[in-house]
Design a protein around this ligand. Structure first.
Ligand SMILES: NC(=O)c1ccc[n+]([C@@H]2O[C@H](COP(=O)([O-])OP(=O)(O)OC[C@H]3O[C@@H](n4cnc5c(N)ncnc54)[C@H](O)[C@@H]3O)[C@@H](O)[C@H]2O)c1
Length: 404
């Protein structure tokens, strides 16, 4: 039985990976989290005693190699250190994205992996969804001819954006990753996967347009629970009060036994979206030219009613149109004028990608498959994101010189 330590027992580490690992026959043996109530809550779920629970990664790594693998699901700015420590002990690592906030650290990770017997798998869960696998299968079938361009949109949805990028952990960069990396790292990874080549040139535009004090309606209070403004689309009482209390995102507010009422009255998720301490953009467009000439455009935006990805793959002999949430794919043939419709099961966390990612990683640990995506290829998404931020900030077109 594969044994795994979870470093960072939050939503991803505990509620997603530890759960899927256990459901798929692995055993969670050690936990690390500085939040005592959260650590105790997750330890109880897995029947673990205090001797295998640690408040910091150093205390855990001091044990030496005591499990087959580790999951690094700490916050954005605490990924590289634990990953490098784990690799030094020979652990295989399932590493949350974004893997780092500083471009130079990409080389640190590659060097640490090269020097280790362990391998790193980045949690790019969209590659493993049934939906994007079906998209990829169409591409591989040759029905589109040669791929020329990709148009991809990440529709974040207004409430999800407000939750994560105005009130939540990813509202300010640093300490979190810039929006395009935090939210669209997956999408950039998909573009790289579809293109089948490393990125060569990147440009980008975007800004924080709406969630600022100057956009606040007259009379808006600092907290929704005392705000007199009617019909605000970002009213936290409506966003959280109307959702299943046992599921994300409400569980983010109530982690560690906090009541929803207390979270809204005094926690970050009850703040007015116009009076938070956020600074990340609320919409961004990125254009990438890959080494083989494929051109891709990504738009990521808060201002959408749904929370899904939509895309078009434009080939020399056909066009694919997809909508992830509904699991709908259309393949238009230029030769026949016909259209083929493919329907894919899009249920589950990240459209089934979380579960499938864990399955693929466990298979690789058992030696039944290779590492799902080599680290260097996974890191191309980060190279594109860092280049997009440079391009957006400076108004430049960024050439990427590192071809892998
Ligand atoms: N792959 C994806 O699709 C995906 C989706 C959401 C989030 N993420 C990423 O996963 C990571 C975790 O996100 P989350 O939503 O679980 O956040 P979270 O805040 O729910 O969980 C993070 C946990 O790490 C703990 N922690 C903080 N510092 C630590 C440290 N130094 N050592 C050990 N534990 C520490 C916190 O107490 C918390 O319990 C983030 O980097 C996030 O960007 C990835």
């Amino acid at each position: 039985m594969t044994t795994v330590a979870i470093l960072g027992c939050g939503n991803r580490g505990a509620d997603v990976y530890a759960r899927h690992l256990t459901e798929q026959g692995a055993r969670v043996t050690h936990l690390v989290d500085p939040h005592p109530a959260r650590l105790a809550e997750v330890a109880a779920r897995h029947g673990l005693g205090p001797q295998v629970c640690f408040p910091d990664v150093d205390a855990f790594f001091a044990l030496g190699r005591v499990a087959d693998a580790v999951v690094v699901a700490t916050p954005d700015d605490a990924h590289v250190g634990p990953c490098v420590q784990a690799l030094a002990l020979g652990y295989d690592v399932l590493l949350e994205k974004p893997v780092c906030l500083d471009e130079a650290e990409l080389e640190v990770l590659l060097a640490a992996e090269a020097a280790s017997r362990g391998r790193v798998s980045v949690c790019h869960v969209l590659r493993t969804t049934p939906f994007f696998r079906a998209v990829r299968a169409v591409l591989d079938s040759g029905r589109l001819g040669r791929l020329v361009a990709v148009q991809h949109a990440e529709n974040v949805s207004s409430w999800h954006y407000a939750h994560s990028y105005v009130r939540g952990n990813w509202r300010a960069s640093p300490p979190a990753a810039p929006f395009v990396l935090a939210k669209s790292g997956h999408d950039l990874d998909l573009l790289r996967w579809f293109a089948g080549a490393s990125p060569a040139r990147v440009s980008s535009e975007g800004q924080l347009n709406h969630f600022r004090p100057q956009e606040a309606p007259p009379g808006a209070a600092d907290r929704c629970v005392v705000c007199p403004v009617p019909d605000c689309p970002y009213d936290a009482r409506v966003i959280y009060g109307g959702r299943d209390p046992h599921r994300w995102p409400v569980t983010v507010l109530t982690a560690g036994g906090v009541s929803l009422a207390d979270a809204l009255a005094s926690g970050p998720y009850g703040r007015c979206v116009y009076h938070s301490d956020n600074d990340v953009v609320d919409h961004q467009a990125v254009t990438v030219v890959f080494g083989n000439g494929v051109t891709a455009q990504l738009t990521v935006s808060a201002f959408t009613h749904d929370n899904t990805r939509t895309l078009k793959l434009l080939g020399t002999h056909g066009e694919l149109r997809g909508q992830m949430e509904r699991g709908e794919i259309e393949v238009h043939s230029f030769r026949t004028g016909g259209v083929e419709r493919v329907s894919v099961d899009a249920e589950g966390n990240h459209g089934g990608g979380d579960e499938a990612l864990v399955a693929g990683w466990l298979a690789s640990l058992r030696g039944e498959a290779g590492v799902p995506t080599p680290l260097a290829e996974s890191l191309d998404s980060h190279r594109m994101a860092f280049a997009a931020e440079r391009a957006r900030g400076r108004g430049t077109v960024e050439e990427l010189t590192v071809a892998r």
